[in-house]
Design a protein. Structure first.
Length: 402
């Protein structure tokens, strides 16, 4: 199947337009990375605290930010998780302590910040300092409350039985209600929960409109190690390409391909900086995928150039390169187009969790396809023309191919 037959587009004649396009986007990205948003590392790389919160209603992002700020938790990043109907958000805080105690304290700070309408007069029990919010109470808090209240009038085995009651309440809250109870009456019909135990909770607990489902802290040392490993992975992939193409073709082909991929990576990372989209581990995975994708596209063009050099020995290199690009244009458009439609669907319908990954693929496929034609080939021609001007034989070309 071919969309284009016998095309004769002068791609090299438009190289200055391509250069201007690449310079504008590269400089804009560099300016943002150096002076505006810098490189927006995600919590995986910079360290910090991620808190997964589910609400009983549609969350108000402005109100959440205001409550966090009032509690001293500055500049939180809030993003939706899953479908809108899930009412679930991920709060990213620049809190980098690494101890378990710091994790618990950070979680409590967020709970207290969001509990703007907590009723007074509740008492969870003398053995705990946690809030009396049943939607955010731990197993130990519920168990200690039941032991203090003793609604079932148990004897010596009270600790074990109230532990089982607390576990049943927690399981119902998390597994059945998704982490958020809307009414204490819901517990009366919960499996494994004694009605007397459920009824006693009204004296010591209230229900907020949210529940913290999970809290994770990534320390700055781990983040630094991940940044180093991500950089090394990218560097090794570029070196591997250079060695392969230098062996498979000529070294100038490898240099052109590496410069092209560096150009693609710079524009992609620059786009993330301009839009202030966090760069996470999945984004790095997407960038490494794009390095291979762009390299594959470039190799197809280079391979056709090498074949045509043997067949068109008396033609100028610029004409050979133009002919080669035109001959592979249909294949390039078909391959890139189908791949682009796939990642575009992932970007539009994949949800917030995959947004960074899919955005990197969308940008990278467009730029990678463009650079295989507009960057790699002109670099090759420019170098060969420079050798001719110096009176040297072009690399990889027969004597008559000038």
């Amino acid at each position: 199947m071919e969309f284009f037959r016998n095309t004769n587009i002068d791609f090299l004649g438009k190289k200055w337009y391509f250069l201007a396009f690449s310079l504008v986007f590269s400089v804009a990205g560099l300016f943002s990375m150096l002076f505006v948003n810098h490189i927006p590392w995600g919590v995986d790389f910079r360290g910090g605290t991620l808190v997964d919160v589910r609400f009983s209603h549609t969350p108000d992002y402005g109100a959440i930010t205001s409550e966090m700020d009032h509690a001293g938790l500055k500049t939180p990043k809030i993003q939706r998780i899953g479908a809108v109907s899930n009412n679930e958000v991920l709060i990213d805080l620049d809190v980098r302590e690494t101890s378990e105690q710091a994790l618990d304290q950070g979680k409590l700070k967020i709970i207290h910040a969001l509990e703007t309408h907590a009723p007074a007069g509740k008492n969870c029990g003398a053995s705990t300092t946690e809030a009396c919010d049943l939607n955010n109470a731990s197993l130990l808090t519920i168990k200690n409350y039941l032991l203090d209240k003793d609604p079932l009038h148990l004897g010596t085995d009270a600790d074990q039985k109230y532990g089982a009651q607390a576990q049943a309440i927690l399981d119902y809250r998390v597994k059945t209600q998704g982490g958020v109870l809307s009414s204490l009456d819901q517990l009366k019909g919960a499996a494994g929960v004694d009605p007397a135990a459920a009824a006693s909770l009204a004296d010591g607990f209230y229900l907020s409109d949210f529940g913290v489902r999970n809290a994770v802290i990534i320390g700055p040392q781990v983040g630094s190690q991940l940044r180093t490993q991500a950089g090394l992975a990218t560097l090794y992939s570029l070196l591997g390409m250079l060695v392969y193409l230098g062996f498979r073709f000529e070294w100038i082909y490898g240099v052109a391909a590496v410069v092209t991929v560096f150009h693609d990576t710079l524009i992609t990372v620059g786009a993330f900086s301009i839009t202030n989209t966090p760069i996470t581990l999945t984004v790095i995975a997407a960038i490494l995928t794009l390095i291979g994708y762009s390299n594959n596209d470039t190799i197809v063009v280079f391979d056709r150039i090498r074949e045509n050099i043997k067949l068109m020995r008396r033609e100028k290199l610029s004409e050979i390169v133009n002919r080669s690009i035109n001959q592979t244009l249909s294949r390039t458009i078909l391959t890139a187009g189908l791949t682009f439609l796939t990642v575009l669907a992932l970007f539009l319908f994949g949800g917030e969790v995959l947004r960074g990954f899919s955005l990197a693929l969308v940008i990278g496929i467009l730029i990678g396809t463009y650079s295989s034609i507009a960057i790699a080939a002109p670099i090759l021609v420019a170098y060969q023309d420079w050798r001719i001007e110096k009176g040297k034989r072009p690399v990889g070309m027969p004597a008559k191919a000038r």
